[in-house]
Each structure stands twice: as C-alpha cells, then as structure tokens.
Design a protein around this ligand. Sequence first.
Ligand code: PMP
Length: 380
Amino acid sequence: ITPSGKDGWEVHFAAWQRKEAGEDIIMLSVGDHDFHTPAETVEAGVAALRAGHHHYTQLPGIPALREAMARISTRCTGVETSAEQIIATPGGQASLYAAVQGVLDPGDHAIVVAPYYATYPGTFRAAGADFTVVETRATDGFQPDAKTIEAAVRPNTRAMLINTPNNPTGAVYSRKSLEGIADVCRRHDLWLLSDEVYWTLGGGEHLSPRALPGMAERTLVINSMSKSHGMTGWRLGWLTGPEELVALLISLNLVTTYGLTDFVSRAAIEALNNDYGVDQIAALYARRRKLFLNAVHGMNDVTVRGSEGGMYAMLDISAVEPDDEKFAWAFLENENVGVMPGSSFGDAAAGHIRISLCQPEPVLLEAAERLRRFVSAYRR
Ligand code: PMP
C-alpha cells in the first residue's frame, strides 16, 4: 500500500525489529500515542462491560452514540449536525471505506491530494475506482493549489479526497486553500471526502470545508476517536454527511461490521460527552511540536515544512542528502533513530523525513540532538 511503491517502510520495520530485540532505538516513525487511553474512558468501558453491554448494537451506531458524535461534528465542522447525518464505524478507516464505496462506482475517477495517508490508494482500489494523485509543493508548505487540482478533473471524476490537518506533512489547510477546493467541487459537481481525524490537533481553530457555502450537501467528513480521544485500539470513528446518503450507507454496515462493539460504544458516549482527554492531548502535541521544532530551527541544512498540526513534523533534509531513504537508513545506522522517508508518501515529500511526535519531550529533545550531530557529520 505504499503510495509511491517505494520501500521507505522498510526503515520503520527495521527500527522496530531492533527496538524489539532490546536495542536503544528512538522510534519516530510510529503514528500511535505513547500514552494510554484516558483513565475515565477506560473506567467507562469497564463499567459498561460489567453492566452487561455485550450485545449487538444498531447498525449505524446506538442512538446516544450518534447524538454524541453529531454534537462533536457540529463543533468540528461548524455546521449544525443531526444524529441522522452520522454513521458510526469501527475506526475512521472504516468510515473512509464507507465514504469511498458510497460515492464511487467501478470505473469512476477520484482526485487525491498528496502527500496523503498510506491507506488512501487501497481504499479507492477496493471500490474499483480510478484515481489521480495531485501533488502539493513543499515550498508552499504543502498547501493544495486549486488550479493544479482542477487540471486533473475528468468527465468521470466524482470525488476528491483531502486531509487536514495532514498526515504526513502536518500542514493545516488554509481558508484560501479550502475555498479553492470547494470552488472546484461545486463547479464540477464533486463529492468532497474530508478526512479530519486530526481536527483537535491543528494548533488553532479548526476550519472544515463542510462549513463553506454550498459544501454541506456534498461533503463527507471522516472523524475518529483514535487521535482526539486517545483511543486508537478501541476502533471507533464516524462519517458525517447528507442524511440521504448516510441512510444508504447503513446497509454497508449490515454487510461489513453488523454494528459496533457494544461496551466500546458506551465508553465512547461518555468520552464524547465529557471530552475525556481532548484538551490534554491537544496541549501535549502542541507542546511537543513547539519543543521539537525549536530544537530544529537554526540547524544547518534542515528546513521545517508544513508541521503546523497533527502528530507529525516534516523536515526538508535535501540539502544534506537528496535521497531521503538513504538519509533515513544512515540516520538509523549511525544514531539509532527511526524516521519515515518522505518519499514513502509520494513525490512531493521526497527529500524530507517525517518525524512522529509520539514520544515524551526528553526523547524528542534527544532525537533532535542526534539529528544535529548526524547532519553536521554527514558526508555524501
Ligand atoms: N486518516 C488519517 C489521516 C490517519 O492518519 C489515520 C490513522 N493513522 C486514519 C485516517 C484512520 O484512523 P482510525 O482508523 O484509527 O480512526
């Protein structure tokens, strides 16, 4: 599933294996929290298990869960949202799958803005849909350009997929970028699939394209409890969209998941209604990002691109070594730090490394120090 067909993931797997074998490796290649789910959520899950919530649930999610999700969607997208506009799924990935299955038929075409999350191509292929990757430019901070996107529209184009705050670049799409995208969607009658799973980690007020004029009826927003609520392993996400489409997608849950895990749904209602962990997690990543980027700023030949939100930082290391895979392997060999080569996420991020901020602050500082030492000693 690597978008570029490159094997940058091998660096990550090698780092992982060496860490498992007991070596002192700093893993900056993993996109999962280094902390557990907030204790209140865990307690709500345990209480739900003890209370006998062990049964099948309604297909689109139990009503209280859809209502709780609708309240968060109203906050996330700035558009008043009802429970009927929500479908709960086991993880944001399943919502992405539902969205793509829902709006694309085999032979239809979609546009994907790159760099993008690794599962996107496979999700389109599973629907038999064709897609064109439209690159952003690192020198624009990975902001999408409407003209470049529009040039990729074909007669059979039905949808566009974007992700803000972005994995892997950490770019937070500006109002101007989103207005450009919305304009293309309206004029060419496209669905906009908007992956906003990092919406609480954008560092400021979140801007959803669903709020732009004429967009609520053509936008499907993907949300997840994984990042915002620290619940990656619980598998819970949701899709927000027009009621008529959501009603159709409920039959997809019938044939895929047959509803959600009962006690997980009950814990999620508590977590959503009480915002368990949300502010703390957002503040934690904001602090980590600032700390790490401060340590990197002023480093010779290393330039920060994007890196405004989400759980990642993107560093341009092309002045040190244009081959980002070679850089990542050498960094692992010499300094025991695992990072993702940018080219694993498509051409726009070539010459970059992606740094995951899922490590405690002292570890991030140590990694920055190792990077400084590595870069100053590096000889091509
Ligand atoms: N979208 C993006 C951009 C992601 O980074 C991820 C997870 N890393 C997902 C969707 C899926 O998340 P989940 O299935 O855990 O909700």
